[in-house]
Design a protein. Sequence first.
Length: 493
Amino acid sequence: MYDIASLRAVVEDAAIRVLDGCNCGPLLSMSTECNMSKLEERCRQHALRDFGAFCRDSGFKSLKDEDIISLLEDDRLSCEIEEFIYEALLQRAAERGMEGIELMSYVRFHIMPEPSVRRVLDDARAMDIPKLAEIVDRDVQKARKQGRARRGGHGPSAEQWQSLHAHGDPLKGHAGSVEALVWYSPTDGGDACLISGSRDGQIRLWSAGSGVGEILQTGQADGIGAVHSLALHGDVLISGGQKKANGAAMHVWCLVSKRRVRHVDDGHVDAVMCMSTGRGNLYSGSWDMTVREWSMPDVTCSRVIRVRSPILSLLVCGSSLAFNIKTGVAMSCDLEDVTSEPSICGCEESKGITTMVVTSGPRQHKIGGMASTCFVAGGRLVTGHGNGTIRVWDAQTYKPQATAFAHSEAVTCMAVCGTSLISASNDGLVKIWDFGAVDLSFDSCEPKCIKEVRLPCEVVSLVTASPNSVFCSTKDRSIRRLSWSNLVRDVAG
């Protein structure tokens, strides 16, 4: 004899088996109203994985406002063209006499191309919707202060990750270890490229169709010293590294002219080991035992945070800054309270940290009186350790959520691609982990490794390059591309 819970499970399993684009909307509404969490999460994942197609399906129009909001707020939302979301919401509002036009505030107009934004403003005038023009202006102004906020997306599917393989010949040219990699997409829509920084004091741009990295010109005879970190702000590159005698540890570069613009005078007195952007600012960590906050785009120091040990890596984690120091301990500092002092994150388990990244993670919230779980940007902090483990923490509370025994040697670097985590180690392995589950608690399940690729030597740094590649530098001073598609052209030609 079935009890209510068993019957609910039977209904959920049956609905999941027939889930498709046409019935996803109605099933999502039913699952939230009937508290069917398993079915709700499956419906959400189905809708979020290709939201561009889902929002143009008839099932989308049947959703309540609160259901649409919960999807648009979810960092897992994958939509190649933001205009699709705008068009679907506009059509839905038009069919309802402009009821629900407020949902436009969840569209990220600031990541649309300028011609698309102008078309939206033309629509607002032609259809006499002044509120739409106000929403667009507010979103663009907010982005100017806090930076562009692209959606995290789901990233590649498990099937795509399974095809991950080394692609093409290694990129060679640096005379020293490559310690920093960033992926640069020009603001004018030009060809994207990989940028590398090395201990040899050079910064190189690797463009499609060429196996030779173009060197950025320093404009000074003695160079800039070893490069340990790179950060992007539009078409401006900031490098951090060794502080040479009578020199600076940070330099500003124009990627349009491909030359150094200036060095940063009022900065660190020792090597800059790491940098991160967030909340419209740049943050740098140094061997001089300070973290500095820089106002962008002029790169002026607005805050100095003093720490007890050199800083090796840092990142913006919600309203706080998380960083690990030379002793292997993770610390955090409140970014909203300028008087706050750094404090240790978590417990003794946070020791031995070698690297860290922030990923999207689940948050419970209520919309229209209904409880829902959506993934928010910066919801989880992930730390890599000297003993080869990876630990997952709640980014708000810094409480541990899960542990994975990932590598046989120290974890050297990590990167994020949608809901997947990429880890690499001195053991020469690059591993892909599924972080799409809502619950990664110790008593539930640990992150699942879905793919590993062995490289010929230790991995130094990683970066994901949309839409189909992972680049990694190795101890032999080369850069290797891992691809999950056989149809893409290799950067090295």
